[in-house]
Design a protein around this ligand. Structure first.
Ligand code: ATP
Ligand code: MG
Length: 403
């Protein structure tokens, strides 16, 4: 993509109304736009990062045998009343509205009740089970505090998966596989070293009902205590624990509901012996936009964002520095693109200093400079955003390396 076609502009100054590092950097670099407190639009660069994260998550969920679907945002009050969760006392983040007819509707903050209800028309016998489904859905939550940028949005993108199993054994087999898949996701997006499986009451193997995935991060609202550094296991700070407290952000959550919700919602199946049996439910969330915020928090430096390769909006940021070198830069752009390398080409009529500062701010892993030096020697200056290491390479070698 040519940067001249990107309508988004970088900003030198931090937006006056933002306090969190992720919102400041992502706004300055043109990845997000604040609409109102806790509500952000994704601009082209931000959308590309979100799409990369989604792709990694999709692959892992599909490998588990889950199929993608998409539920509605407007939700039926009666369905939530069946489990008592329509109540604002029980669920303190509801956004609700009223139809012209006078009946109330809710905005989806979660989909456990609607998906369980939906399954009553698809699951009838043991032949129909197990079922695994997931979606990428914008959740709406009336969060009290919304000062953490996209770490805590009032509208945010979540991946939610649901498992419907015949019994606890079948459920736990999937739950354990899902735990591994989640760790794969966090490793693939570049957070493997600092992400822990946590539980409230102890080690992973003693508490099988619910686990969180917590990424170490100064901006985190949670406190965890690491119990096994190699096994990436920790406990969260709800109870006094031994060891050093660490700030962390919950990037994912997996939860066993057992059969209770299905009993409340009327989701039963006929087992092999013809007995009417309630379905065993599990729920598995990952905060997709929150993950983008965590990556900005964890890797961002004093110059701007620093994206891990796997989720970077582009692999290469190509900078054309002068009018004279434009032809050579155009050629490099075309050849890189033809080789399948994702390139953002700064073809703008701007000063070199501005282009360098913008490249640092946007944080694409590899910066390639085409200027007077390249004209004279045919060598391109190639710099790593993460390490700052600079090398000189002919275009052909660069393409071989990246393609
Ligand atoms: P938290 O304790 O941070 O409020 P939660 O327990 O409410 O999270 P879940 O309902 O389990 O979260 O949602 C699944 C995932 O969605 C969370 O693990 C988190 O990554 C993400 N998430 C939850 N709330 C928000 C939010 N307001 N903004 C962005 N992401 C969120
Ligand atoms: Mg919450």
């Amino acid at each position: 993509m040519k940067q001249s076609q990107l309508f988004t502009k970088t900003r030198r100054e931090a937006p006056a109304d933002e306090v969190s590092k992720n919102a400041i950097l992502l706004t300055r670099a043109g990845f997000i736009n604040k609409e109102l407190a806790g509500v952000y639009s994704l601009l082209p660069l931000g959308l590309r990062v979100v799409d990369k994260i989604k792709k990694i998550v999709s692959e892992e969920m599909e490998a588990l045998g889950s199929v993608e679907f998409l539920m509605s945002t407007l939700q039926n009050k009666e369905i939530w009343e069946k489990t008592g969760r329509w109540s604002d006392e029980k669920v303190d983040v509801w956004f609700k509205s009223t139809l012209k007819s006078g009946s109330e509707v809710g905005f989806g903050w979660s989909h456990e009740e609607p998906i369980t209800n939906l399954m009553t028309s698809h699951i009838a016998s043991y032949h129909d089970l197990p079922v695994y489904v997931h979606q990428f859905q914008n959740k709406l939550r009336n969060e009290v505090r919304a000062k953490a940028g996209i770490l805590r949005g009032r509208e945010f993108l979540m991946k939610d998966m649901y498992s419907f199993a015949r019994n606890e054994e079948e459920h736990m087999a999937f739950y354990n596989k899902a735990t591994e898949a989640y760790l794969n996701v966090f490793r693939k997006v570049g957070l493997g070293d600092i992400t822990y499986v946590t539980s409230a009451s102890g080690g992973f193997f003693t508490d099988k009902f619910s686990h969180e995935f917590q990424t170490l991060c100064e901006a985190g609202e949670d406190t965890i205590y690491i119990t096994d550094e190699n096994g990436k296991v920790a406990v969260n700070g709800e109870v006094e624990k031994k060891g050093d407290p660490k700030k962390a952000v919950e990037v994912g959550n997996i939860f066993t509901f057992g059969t209770e919700k299905c009993e409340q919602m009327g989701l039963y199946f006929n087992d092999e012996k013809g007995n009417k049996t309630p379905v065993y439910l599990g729920s598995y969330g990952i905060g997709i936009t929150r993950l983008m915020g965590v990556l900005a928090e964890v890797f961002g430096d004093d110059k701007g964002l620093v994206w891990p390769e796997a989720v970077a909006p582009f692999k290469v940021h190509l900078l054309s520095l002068s009018e004279n070198s434009k032809k050579l830069a155009d050629e490099a752009y075309e050849k890189l693109q033809a080789a399948g390398v994702e390139v953002l080409y700064d073809d703008r009529d701007a000063r070199a200093g501005e282009k360098f500062a913008d490249a640092d701010l946007i944080g694409i892993p590899t910066r390639v400079v085409v200027g007077e030096k390249a004209l004279a020697s045919g060598m391109l200056e190639v710099k790593s955003r993460a390490s700052g290491e600079t090398r000189e390479l002919p275009l052909k070698e660069l393409i071989n390396e990246l393609a």
